[in-house]
Design a protein around this ligand. Sequence first.
Ligand code: PLP
Length: 381
Amino acid sequence: MPKMAQMVVNQKRSGIREIVELSQGIEGVYHMEIGEPLFQTPMNIIEAGCNALKEGYTKYTPNAGFMPLRKAISDRLNNDYKLALKPENTVVTTGGVQAIANAVRVLTEIGDEVLLPDPGWPNYENIIMSTGAVPVRYTLTPENGFLPSFEELKKLITPKTKVLIVNTPSNPLGVIFPEKTMKEIVSFVKENDLFLISDEVYEKIVFKGKHVSALNYDTDDRVVAIYTMSKSYAMTGWRVGYAVASEDIIAQMTKMQEAYVSCTPAVSQKAAEAALTGPQDFIESAKESYLKNRDIAASILNEYGIDYFMPEGAFYMWINAKCEDSTGFAKELLLQRKVAVASGRTFGPSGKSFIRISLASPEETVKNGVRLLAEYIKEKN
Ligand code: PLP
């Protein structure tokens, strides 16, 4: 038998999936492990999807996506961030995850190094490894407000470094880059002749301050910004995301669409167009519910004197469980208290004593689940 690709075989399974699977068959679990909005997709978007199917949007689409959707994307970004993008600066992908995968594929040769955050979304590492590039972690520490340290980044740069990945608002921390940090990041990638992948999928879920896009400082076309319909519009299962970059980069990323998926499903693209051009009030009401859950969780954790980072955006909370091995901790917590959380270790080595909860869970789940979690942390320490 020939050997399968070792770079795939060697990839770790998602620690979050493991918890999901372990929880199957257990009754009455408080689920706070998965990062997706608890809401149904707003009805105007569902109706647009149903109508699109009836009207015959059941076929292949252009590789980069339908032009009216690409125009809706560039229009809304121009409006939100005062940019001057054209539809040709956009490519529609099957979720933000594929936009990131296409970008890494297009920007790196095999063996090139990609800098990624620790803690950071676990898929970055899998994506980088599956393209044959090499993941190199930079750490986000509380001493630095969980923002990238330029001193550390400089030390990590080698002749092989090609791309820096940043994420704001961030998963799992909920940190938002201030304007100054974003400016410095874009200057840093210029000085070091790198590309920047700026993952901004939580841009609309901001509790404090405002989201700053890397696109605002991209004067020489080295930024690829990543967005999704999944989080803002509760559309995780529709699989629509998009990337924004120079026309040259987008042309290459569009080739990757052809190679991997041909196109994003027509029906999902029509629904996404309706979402971007229709009423936007859902975003605000969903955000209010995440904020309420954040404050409930914070007050319970304060009551028990447990250390956590107060998220400024996205819908997660990074909690110090003060354990040696957060993966073992998450499994025990599930089996003994029926509370499902994500192990911090899944997000990188610096997360080994932390866990992440999702605030996009029902309020009752947060109330009961966080109390059980807090009691358990206390008991163990
Ligand atoms: N980036 C981050 C930081 C995420 O947390 C996620 C999803 O959890 C994504 C990108 C991609 O989401 P999707 O592929 O659903 O657009």
